[in-house]
Design a binder for this molecule. Structure first.
Ligand code: NAD
Ligand code: MG
Length: 389
């Protein structure tokens, strides 16, 4: 029996993880948390009967305590609640399916408590990758990637004896990180000026939460993923090459020093990387469509348009500067995406706000957790001053 704690159980990744649990009777959910979707949380709690749940607000916790009184489930709230869920004694592995850098503290706490991490929450690695990877190494816990590209890279690294945390026996010369290009692939800057939230939310291949869907449209997602790959696989930013693969069939690949390229392919289905992280190194049967090569007309590869879609160059720049700069890049994006989703800024202003915040920042070189949190608050403040959103 494997005991799982899920932070962000009501979201896109969280609900798909619960599908995996439904299909496998040797997985048990011992704790879960969410933001404000307490109706779904109530249903999930009744179905999976964890011993602990957590929600963002105190008043929502109170409501759930009354509604779930007959179950004996403990209900907590806020950041303390998230940390309690992430560190619960009974959990073997914590799935970080929360969105945004709010995941940093619970993830670090889970590692401190000796839990393996199934990591979907990429913003945590972008802002605190140096702290997370160091703590994981010290504690001897695994950071198992759930992001589809990083799972694909991880799968392509199997066969090396020590695949985890960057220690490899065979030399990897390049990581080939694929991207679908999102709903606006091929569009010019002029065509992006007036795109709507609705258009940006129409991803061609994946159904995901709103924040990452906007990030996919802006290619900021791929920028964050370059930094994520840098930390997970201990590779220089310049050894990670982004390729556009519009059908999302090649999920990413690795090139070895002899020139061999090993990739992982499959239908676009997040349940595979989630399940792989839960059972690593074992593979299990997974319901769903298989690739039918007789029906695939072609597998296209294109170069990204870095002029129009500035997400990758901005992220690479932040990563090269290092220290607190990736936090600024990430938080400015979180701030801008929330404003875009609320209809308060235009699409291209997302890049403008990121570039503005980065240009104003004085880098803290050896950024600790406190510095990261202060940098997040500083970023929000200067963006509010300048853009009034
Ligand atoms: P989502 O918006 O669908 O779900 C987010 C979850 O976090 C929800 O359960 C929500 O209640 C919870 N949450 C949000 N704010 C919270 C708060 N303040 N306190 C407590 N809980 C809070 O997001 P998602 O698409 O599932 O993405 C989750 C993470 O996984 C993100 O970091 C994303 O980049 C990453 N990811 C997602 C996908 C995907 O297919 N959805 C793929 C790769 C990586
Ligand atoms: Mg991804």
């Amino acid at each position: 029996m494997k005991n799982i704690s899920i932070i962000g159980s009501t979201g896109s990744i969280g609900t798909q993880a619960l599908d995996i649990v439904r299909d496998n009777n040797d997985l048990k959910v011992v704790a879960m948390s969410c933001g404000s979707n307490i109706d779904l949380m109530e249903r999930q709690a009744r179905e999976f009967l964890p011993s602990l749940i957590s929600v963002s607000k105190d008043e929502d916790a109170e409501t759930l305590r009354v509604k779930l009184a007959d179950t004996g489930i403990k209900v907590v709230s806020g950041m303390d609640g998230l940390i309690e869920v992430a560190t619960i004694d009974s959990a073997d592995i914590v799935l970080t399916a929360i969105v945004g850098m709010i995941g940093v503290e619970p993830t670090l706490a889970a590692i401190e408590a000796g839990k393996d991490i199934a990591l979907a929450n990429k913003e945590t690695l972008v802002t605190a990758g140096h702290l997370v990877m160091k703590a994981a190494k010290e504690k001897g816990v695994k950071i198992l990637p759930v992001d589809s590209e990083h799972s694909a890279i991880f799968q392509s690294l199997q066969g090396n004896r020590r695949e985890l945390q960057g220690e490899m026996d065979n030399k990897v010369t390049r990581i080939l990180l694929t991207a679908s290009g999102g709903p606006f692939r091929g569009k010019s800057k002029d065509e992006l000026v007036d795109v709507t939230v609705e258009q940006a939310l129409k991803h061609p291949n994946w159904s995901m939460g709103p924040k990452i869907t906007i990030d996919s449209a802006s290619m900021v997602n791929k920028g964050l993923e370059v930094i994520e790959a840098h930390w997970l696989f201990d590779k220089d930013i310049d050894e990670i090459e982004v390729l556009i693969q519009p059908q999302s069939i090649i999920h990413s690949a690795v090139e070895y020093e002899d020139g061999a390229v090993i990739a992982q392919l499959g239908t676009p289905d997040m349940r595979l990387p989630i399940q792989y992280a839960f059972y690593y190194p074992e593979r299990r049967y997974l319901r769903g469509d298989r690739l039918d090569f007789s029906k695939i007309a072609s597998i296209e590869i294109q170069k990204p348009d870095y002029e129009t879609f500035k997400g990758i160059p901005l992220a690479k720049e932040a990563s090269r500067v290092g220290g607190s700069m990736p936090t600024v890049m990430n938080e400015a994006n979180e701030h801008a995406v929330a404003a875009f989703l609320a209809g308060r800024i235009k699409f291209l202003e997302i890049y403008e706000m990121i570039a503005y915040a980065m240009s104003k920042h004085t880098v803290i070189a050896d950024a600790g957790l406190r510095d990261i949190i202060e940098t997040r608050d500083w970023t929000d403040e200067i963006l509010r001053d300048k853009y009034h959103v």
